[in-house]
Design a protein around this ligand. Sequence first.
Ligand code: UDX
Length: 475
Amino acid sequence: MRLTVIGTGYLGAVHAACMAEIGHEVLGVDTDAAKTAALAAGRAPFFEPGLPELLARHTRTGRLRFTTSLEEAADFAALHFVCVGTPQQPDSLAADLSHVEAVVDGLAPRITRDSLIVGKSTVPVGTTRALGRRVTAGARDGVEIDLAWNPEFLREGYAVQDTLRPDRLVAGVTTPHADRLLRAVYEPMLRSGIPYIRTDPATAELVKVAANSFLATKISFINAMAEVCDAAGADVVTLADALGHDERIGRRFLSAGLGFGGGCLPKDIRAFLARAEELQVGEAVAFLRQVDRINERQRLRTVDLARQLLGGTFAGRRIAVLGATFKPDSDDVRDSPALAVTCELAAQGADVRVHDPEGVDNARAVLPGPAYHTAVMTACRDAELVLHLTEWREYRALDPARLAEVVRAPRLLDARNALDTAAWHAAGWHVRALGRPAHVPQPGHGEPVRVTIPHALGAPCTAPTAGEPVSGAPA
Ligand code: UDX
């Protein structure tokens, strides 16, 4: 089939490449000419395992092309997927729908034959209905444009496999024609037994938001338990393992630590809160406010524990940070908990050296203050504290004995509960983690990690820039 994919960010670039992979003729559209040029040359503008191979293969055959022209898109196909971003608005919890609206407003008048527009972006419930009115207003006389919503559930780092082998396909449609077209698009997947759920657009929109809310709640639940463990001298990792054996609960998304970040979970739960208020059901999802607060608190707890480990002050202390991205296997630093902690350490006067396998360029662009390194050993040289903030596989493979030789003091804070802390301890490290008893008794061990002021929801990180004096006295 011929189809277009409008918006070639994480979602759109992967969707376009995967649609070509399953045999469709695809035109990717973006307003960013540099991005479409890179994609057309077979280069992925971000780190995503498996994507460069697909781009190279299908740009070579010509089955996958890119353009900046909506005119060309309208001309090319009668089926259009909308994959543009829906970020949080700068001054509220709500989602910014301006990109989705701009696509629909720009596309509808250019369409000259009956067509289907399928939204894939994560949007507040009710968006398809509102966009439908804009489509009708913009459509040419005699041209029928149908609108459907088909949310995407891909995870960064696994985006290609999640798109080619999703857990389920959800089609929010209002006409049998839209349903038939979507079944035809995904026919290879349906043939392999992937469940296809046909529903109305409002339910489809909600499936995505509810799924992300559930995942965020699960993470904040275990992080709340970690706080209780700290107060009670219990171990959250064993607790999570034991809970996870109950099939009704499951172990996934029960890893306690620094909490969730990225371009989806934080903004999606906030947008859900905002939309629920508009629908007068704010009380029903008020717990998501607490989910967000617990999550933000993990960043403060990490900073507090780091300060405790350094004897109460960061000023002039050298700290090695392992990880800058919001999770491993991604170069994305949007709302990265690791970067938020780094920002706070630098603001409180620490001399921070950051390592990340893929995210250094993106991290430096938003937080230019700290020194960035591409070798762990260099980042850790003379450090008085090593902070493990993003659980890259590379860090689990580190030799703690070798690392102990380059640091000034072998102190480790594993804020992701992902390292073999017993091995680090055996190599002479003083190890602490969130929600786990200390390996070495120390003054204050067993006492709760005190949290002071929770950040305002979505408060931006005020990063000191290179050359600026660092402000903020240690608490
Ligand atoms: C998420 C959803 O998983 C995906 O379905 C949706 O389409 C987009 O949002 P993604 O943002 O790529 O995907 O990341 P995900 O793997 O869900 O992790 C989100 C955050 O939660 C990361 O910061 C991760 O470190 C954190 N996390 C995850 C935990 O803190 N603990 C866990 O147990 C799991």
